[in-house]
Write a protein that binds this ligand. Sequence first.
Ligand code: SF4
Length: 265
Amino acid sequence: MRVKIASHSGFCFGVKRAIKIAEETLWRSKGKGNIYSLNPIIHNPQVVSDLSKKGLRVLRDIRKINKGAVVISSHGAPIDVIDRLKKKKIKIVDATCPFVKHAHDIVKDLKARGYRVVVIGDKEHPEVRTLLSVAGKDTKSRKIGIVSQTTQSRANYIKGISEVLKNDFSEVRIFNTICNDTAERQILTRGLLNECDVMVVVGGRNSANTRRLFDICKESGVDSYHVETKTDLKKGWFVSKKCAGVVSGTSTPDSTVKRVVQKIR
Ligand code: SF4
């Protein structure tokens, strides 16, 4: 059986940057503690566990913090949460991905120009909640501006846009805020689906972009499996298969992908 790996895998730019910022913050604190990430710094439990061993604690409820520093993940944080941290005089270390920030800037601009902002994405995802907080209250304007969660699939985005267009509007502006890295992984996944008869998607179960890759694989009808680490692999998945394709989400370390590939081989 051949094993084919997507030519683009491992951490994306924004995740690498967020981890580097978190590690530098830990290093600067010289082990004095009280360094938190607002929710998991990335959606990969193994990486979050490694960082927690170095001292990065996951903060899920900001009422529980009174001192120290909070690292904002690559997804960003809602405006009211940032305001509450500032009021508590907690140091904020912003690791929001610049591509996510770019989407914030578009939303701010639309809002300032009187557009009603529509965000197409997973409602409960931190990035979408942050974008909605930037958009503020619904203006009921007939001018509509549409943006996407950076990790949406193109197909979902187009579907969402066509739903929005069924409403009454006087003007519509559409921005492609899907990040290139995410889009490229989706294209590479489709490419491997043409060649392989079994697919393995590597990444956190809580990672939206990993789940999206898995959805693309499942929808194709090719036998597909989502694993977080090599220990999730089952021998039976590969019996009488000719080609296994391996793709990974943007928050999956290269080392995890390599171990999965080695075990499949
Ligand atoms: S997937 Fe794209 S937008 Fe999201 S953190 Fe990575 S580089 Fe940034």
